[in-house]
Design a protein around this ligand. Structure first.
Ligand code: NCD
Ligand code: ZN
Length: 347
């Protein structure tokens, strides 16, 4: 009989990850590479990764600091701008390591000022992506300051995403880090060309966590946490067994000094214990049997990539997340749930 205190699943992948660059990259990469076979690496560096040539350089910098023996494969993305040349799309396909293009609406999140100012400006590039089968990853929030921040995902679906899918019905699109009932319903009812990633923090926390006993910058990420009704809808979607939802941590490291600031940076650092946090959610939902498809199958299938072959083991074992991790010189990284005890551990 299977041991209820242990699960073995196919090695998972992280379909949405921020690795940064330089010393920060070297500090965080081992955490992800220990757990995941591959990750979709976000291009929002300063300056952003806009071309296949820049993605090749960034990929080489990642591989240069990858600890030996971890067998991790970075999957690269291009940062879509108003001026992305159409010719980059065929180059991306030929590269075999650029797997998607990321749309950050200008000003929506960290390092997005080079983002798209009007979606119409990218139509020729999107048409080429539709034709050649390169997925578009969207940060799905409207940036109109008149829209309440908690309503920006729903507004993006109505104003931008739904019209976009009608205009490019064959374009593969991933709605990244979904946070609302609206997004879960929209993705579920759309065709197979639309899928979504789900973070651990949006599954575990609702917006009360932002104000729990004081203002909590380590719970601040974009899209911002939503209310409990939305959290439950996102949990239901992720644990439903639908192939349209898959693991994407959006693990986004910022140094302590940038988080504990008057204008705190958005981003939760979850890579240190990502899989364990997801296991906790799936267990609470009575859906541990659905974890493997969510973490290890659905994303690869959507991207048209082979599933990983190795396996990893999670044990039911209490352990405490460190209060701090080394990051930049004398500016540490505080992981989400620092100092708190969690109940699953990857062995
Ligand atoms: C991300 C980051 O810090 O790069 N921040 C975040 O709050 N998620 C950017 C992003 O994915 O929106
Ligand atoms: Zn992100």
């Amino acid at each position: 009989m299977a041991d209820p205190n242990q699960i073995r699943i196919t090695r998972p992948d992280d379909w949405h990850l921020h690795l940064r660059d330089g010393a920060a990259l070297a500090a965080v990469l081992p955490h992800t590479a220990r757990q995941f076979g591959r990750a979709i690496v976000m291009p929002n560096l300063k300056p952003p990764v806009r071309t296949v040539a820049e993605a090749a350089d960034y990929r080489a910098r990642i591989l240069a600091v990858l600890p030996a023996g971890l067998g991790f494969e970075p999957l690269m993305t291009l940062y879509l701008t108003d001026n992305t040349p159409v010719t980059e799309i065929a180059k991306a396909i030929d590269s075999s390591f650029v797997k998607a293009v990321k749309l950050f609406p200008a000003g929506a999140t960290t390092n997005s000022d080079a983002g798209v100012t009007a979606i119409e400006k990218t139509y020729a590039v999107l048409a080429e992506m539709e034709k050649l089968g390169l997925p578009l990853l969207v940060h799905g929030e409207e940036t109109d300051p008149a829209i309440d921040i908690f309503d920006r995902e729903a507004a993006f679906i109505e104003r931008t995403l739904a019209p976009l899918l009608r205009r490019f019905p064959g374009l593969k699109v991933v709605m990244e880090h979904i946070t609302t009932t609206d997004a879960a319903d929209f993705v579920r009812s759309a065709g197979p060309q639309l899928a979504a990633t789900v973070t651990a923090h949006h599954l575990l926390l609702n917006r009360n966590a932002l104000f729990n006993g004081g203002l909590r910058p380590y719970h601040y990420c974009l899209p911002v946490l939503k209310d409990e009704r939305h959290r439950q809808a996102v949990v239901a979607a992720a644990t439903s067994g639908s192939p349209k939802f898959f693991l994407g941590t959006d693990s986004a490291p910022h140094p302590k000094s940038a988080k504990e600031a008057a204008s705190a940076a958005g981003g939760c650092y979850t890579a240190f214990a990502a899989l364990e946090l997801y296991a906790q959610v799936f267990e609470q939902a009575g859906a541990l049997d659905k974890l493997e498809a969510f973490a290890s199958f659905n994303g690869a299938d959507f991207y048209g990539l082979p599933r990983n072959t190795g396996q990893i083991t999670l044990k039911k074992e209490a352990w405490t997340i460190p209060t701090s991790l080394p990051y930049l010189n004398s500016d540490p990284l505080i992981p989400l749930f620092a100092g708190e005890t969690i109940c699953w551990k990857m062995t």
